[in-house]
Design a protein around this ligand. Structure first.
Ligand code: ZN
Length: 167
């Protein structure tokens, strides 16, 4: 089970299966319960099983502790080095997580403490260049790198736009 949250439109999508491929949601039930003045969409697969639930106006309708717990599950990418398993989004709603990336050592909210998104991204590029320059070192001294970990490969797997040309 996984929750994806889009803060811009305050919409939450709860995945009851790992992945919903295009077309897998055969039926969508639109439920507009007037009692809660909200919109809930339930996606069913072709066998009639519920595979996902979308909740609009999510921050009002979903318990805050549920959202927090779901969104703090591992699996968030590091914007500096591409490490895929941060416990929380590095930044959400312009709020840093203050988590330290075990891979590159960046602490979000300190090294990249820029309130402005564009400047923050610039700072991430800078931090990445420093990490590349240093030879892709694993940063954490308490948590060992995963078996077969390769910083260069990890960075190369990031979206092309964000890959340093010197990598
Ligand atoms: Zn990192």
């Amino acid at each position: 089970m996984r929750l994806e949250y889009d803060a811009r439109i305050d919409s939450a999508y709860l995945f009851l299966v790992d992945k919903i491929l295009p077309g897998a949601a055969a039926t969508t039930l639109n439920i507009d319960p007037s009692e809660i003045n909200g919109h809930v969409n339930i996606d069913l697969d072709s066998a009639g099983r519920i595979i996902g639930i979308e909740v609009l106006d999510a921050s009002r309708l979903l318990p805050a502790e549920f959202m927090k717990a779901m969104l703090s599950q591992p699996g968030h990418p590091c914007p500096v080095c591409g490490f895929a398993d941060l416990h929380e989004p590095a930044w959400a709603n312009d709020e840093p997580s203050f988590e330290i990336c075990v891979s590159c050592g960046t602490q979000f909210g300190y090294q990249d403490a820029e309130p402005d998104l564009a400047r923050r991204e610039e700072r991430h590029l800078q931090l990445r260049a420093e990490w590349v320059e240093a030879g892709y070192p694993w940063a954490s001294i308490t948590i060992p790198a995963p078996t077969g970990w390769d910083g260069r490969r990890q960075l190369a797997a990031m979206t092309p736009r964000s890959v340093s040309p010197t990598a």
